[in-house]
Design a protein around this ligand. Structure first.
Ligand SMILES: [Zn+2]
Length: 383
């Protein structure tokens, strides 16, 4: 087998236009393990696409040398709809202009469809269950009749990912250090090696899995949802799925792309996708912490935003992280409102200096080990 590249066309939404996305495949179709990697579902988040730009030639070379043992599917930019959303010299790629959906929500939870198809046949044999569930999930996606471009994109992309052993969804934040979102049950499991190999400075876990139907969420949670539903059947966690936040939107350089690609490659070797020696994982930079321990700073008012602390800083509870300045107020320092950390932890994400803040806007996030009473679910992820 050799590297193949295919285009998947989406239905045209307006006369004279049509979009598609490219899928790169390595290894033999059906070989195990299978990894699926994609970038830029939020279409204006391109650091992951830069990492894949450097990873793809490495995979081409590995294939040429016969080193791909499993199957690797790479979609370097997965969202042509979002890529096309240019407005007044700005590229807006987070929300769909047509339905105003966040592109990384409303992915398909296939647990009902799988339960209906094969629920009665799930038994004690884990391997058989995995095969049955994957077949049923693919059949459910094939049976869908998407009515528009975005729905088609969601079904077509999940056909590539839903039977994978590893799913990595590459995103970025606005001004952040490299961090991961995972499921509690994958830690330490496969996710600790992922965090170490990628050099994550924070890893946040949903317990047991995210409520919001994010892309990496639905792929990983399918197994947990079915295991809850069929407690007597032996249903393993057959998919390690993670959202990888490759720092901030402007952290796109060849140096970063190259080192991120090398780290992804080493992880693929470690997971048995590619032959070779991964060696000992690099030192883990941060223990995983619960989403419920993530302090989110919200703006109390409108004004000019400026920060006291850099991304990645260790913060103490009570410390001022940033301030919102009322530009219409002449009282100097009295016109500045401090926004305070409510936990000890790592300031893994913030906004750039100089943004306009508005009431309720997310200003920063801190990964703390202690669950916080004021936190609930996924809130604070800039829905
Ligand atoms: Zn994103």
């Amino acid at each position: 087998m050799s590297h193949s590249r295919k285009r998947i066309a989406l239905p045209s939404m307006t006369p004279g236009t049509g979009r598609s996305f490219a899928v790169h495949r390595f290894g033999k179709a059906g070989a195990r393990p299978k990894a699926y990697l994609q970038a830029a579902i939020h279409a204006n988040e391109l650091p992951g696409a830069m990492a894949l730009h450097h990873l793809l030639p490495m995979l081409v070379e590995a294939e040429r040398r016969g080193r791909i043992k499993g199957e690797i599917v790479v979609v370097p930019v997965v969202n042509p709809i979002g890529l096309s959303q240019l407005v007044g010299n700005n590229h807006l790629g987070r929300y769909d202009f047509l339905g105003r959906d966040n592109f990384n929500r409303n992915w398909h939870d296939l647990s009902d469809a799988v339960a209906k198809r094969v629920g009665g046949r799930l038994g004690r044999n884990a391997g058989e269950n995995v095969a049955l569930i994957r077949q049923a999930a693919l059949a459910a996606l094939t049976a869908m009749k998407p009515s528009n471009e975005l729905q088609t994109l969601r079904a077509e992309v999940m056909k590539l990912s839903v039977d994978a052993d590893v799913v990595l969804d590459l995103h970025c934040d606005m001004h952040a250090v490299l961090h991961l979102f995972i499921s509690r049950r994958d830690w330490p499991g496969g996710a600790q090696a992922l965090a170490a190999d990628l050099g994550a400075q924070a890893t946040l876990y949903n317990d047991p899995y995210p409520d919001a139907l994010t892309f990496s969420g639905v792929n990983g949670a399918l197994w947990a949802r079915l295991a809850e539903r069929f407690p007597k059947a032996n249903i393993p966690r057959a998919c390690l799925s993670a959202t990888v936040e490759y720092r901030g939107q402007h952290d796109v350089t060849h140096a970063l792309g190259e080192s991120d690609a090398k780290n992804l490659y080493r992880f693929l070797v470690r997971r048995g996708l590619i032959s070779g020696r991964a060696g000992k994982p690099p030192r883990l930079k941060a223990e995983a912490t619960p989403i419920g321990g993530m302090d989110v700073g919200y703006s109390p008012k409108s004004g000019i935003l400026t920060y006291h602390l850099e991304r990645g800083a260790r913060v103490r509870k009570g410390e001022a992280v940033c301030e919102v300045i009322d530009p219409m107020d002449a009282r100097g320092p009295k016109a500045r409102t401090q926004v305070i950390a409510r936990t000890d932890g790592i300031l893994f994400s913030r906004k750039p200096n100089g943004r306009l803040a508005w009431p309720g806007m997310v200003l920063f996030r801190i990964a703390g080990a202690k669950r916080l009473a004021h936190r609930k679910g996924m809130s604070g992820l800039d829905d």
